[in-house]
Design a protein. Structure first.
Length: 402
């Protein structure tokens, strides 16, 4: 008797599951939505079905993939937040973004831009010793085709995407350039390799003053920063100028680790967010820099570079020279969606507070010594860089008062 009841229970359960799956299949086939209304997902689903119907019946071209439409639908959802710092990334865009955060990527070591007048793709810069230079590409080369495909009507990101790829990927670039006053065309084969971004540049200035330029904060910056300081110390630096002009930000963890190289134990940054609450980052006192520091900032110093400079200012460790910074003190977090719908999403998730508790968002950092740049903004020539000269002057005064 018990066996018959158990058998009947199992058969009933199986029949119920089959019936439920059948309902799902039928409702999906006929476009019927059976889940409770009122949720955002429900509203998006209903609107998407209506819009899809109009596109299918009336749109006169049939050259846009369903994947691309769904990706841009996701972009639209994030754009609706009205936050210029949040974004949805396609898989290609996500990979590109993470490359800039990690500081290494597979590529050819060249920068491509669009010419403002001709709208053609131009190689703007070729990195020394990288695949592009080895293959014979030069700054100024105009890219006509990639692997035989005309790129004149393609976007810059799509063109770059055709060239970049995994290590060992080969691409044939059909380029034109001027040689001896004549336009010549060439096909150049270039092979992708792993490239580590050099985000830190250093040198010794006159009077034993160390100089470090930080172009971006990425995961490669910390080791490069440590090596730069060690190298300058060996050369006998008496003080250090750190240049974060035109540095748009980057990795918070890199900033924390680099500040830890300079400051004794104490508060560095407080991060306030919806999902973390309040997280306080502190220096460990394993190392600290006991010589004067001047930090150069300008209106394009933003986000992580403002946190870096502002923390040094708050802790009384550095003098800021230049002009007011950009004023971005909010946190963006990048989430991978590769295991679900593909791509990634960057959302504003909180704000930074400096050690004193002040926020820099939409306020910026005010330099201790204001100095407007009078030279060519695209070329910081040491000889004509008045902001750098002022930083040297301030640093020398700091040394003399010790």
């Amino acid at each position: 008797m018990k066996k018959e009841r158990l058998k009947g229970f199992i058969l009933g359960m199986v029949a119920g599951i089959v019936a439920f799956l059948a309902v799902i299949v039928v409702t999906k086939y006929f476009g019927i939505h059976i889940f409770p209304s009122g949720s955002l997902a429900d509203d998006v689903w209903e609107r998407a079905k209506v819009v899809e119907g109009y596109i299918d019946h009336y749109y006169w071209k049939d050259d846009t993939s369903d994947k691309k439409i769904s990706e841009y639908a996701a972009k639209g959802m994030v754009n609706a937040l009205g936050d210029k710092y949040s974004a949805y990334f396609t898989s290609e865009e996500y990979e590109e973004t993470m490359s800039s955060v990690n500081g290494d990527y597979a590529g050819i070591g060249a920068t491509v831009r669009i010419d403002a007048k001709t709208k053609q793709k131009i190689i703007a810069e070729v990195q020394k010793g990288r695949p592009a230079e080895k293959a014979g590409l030069k700054a100024g080369d105009e890219i006509k085709k990639v692997n035989g495909k005309d790129v004149s009507d393609m976007s810059l990101s799509d063109t770059v995407g055709m060239i970049k790829g995994k290590e060992g990927k080969k691409s044939v670039l059909s380029i034109s350039r001027m040689e001896n006053g004549v336009t010549v065309s060439k096909d150049i084969t270039v092979v992708c390799e792993k490239i580590v971004n050099q985000s830190i540049q250093s040198k010794m200035l006159a009077d034993s003053i160390g100089y470090i330029k930080i172009s971006v904060f990425d995961n490669e910056s910390v080791k490069q920063f440590q090596d730069a300081i060690a190298g300058l110390e060996k050369k006998g630096q008496k003080g250090m100028i750190i240049d974060v002009r035109d540095n748009g930000g980057g990795s918070l963890s890199a900033v924390v680790d680099m500040l830890d190289e300079l400051l004794p134990k104490g508060k560095l940054i407080t991060e306030k967010s919806k999902y973390k609450g309040e997280a306080v980052y502190e220096s460990t006192d394993e190392k600290h820099f006991d010589k004067p520091i001047v930090v150069l900032i300008n209106g394009s110093s933003a986000s992580a570079s403002e946190v870096f400079a502002g923390t040094l200012q708050d802790r009384g460790k550095a003098t800021l020279v230049g002009v007011k910074s950009y004023g971005k003190g909010i946190v963006q977090t990048i989430f991978s969606l590769e295991s679900s719908c593909g791509g990634g999403i960057k959302l504003t998730t909180g704000e930074y507070l400096l050690p004193s508790g002040r926020s820099i968002h939409e306020v910026g950092l005010t330099p201790d010594v204001e100095e407007k740049y009078t030279g060519d903004a695209d070329n910081y020539n040491e000889k004509d860089d008045n902001q750098l000269s002022k930083a040297v002057e301030v640093l020398k005064n700091s040394e003399s008062t010790k």
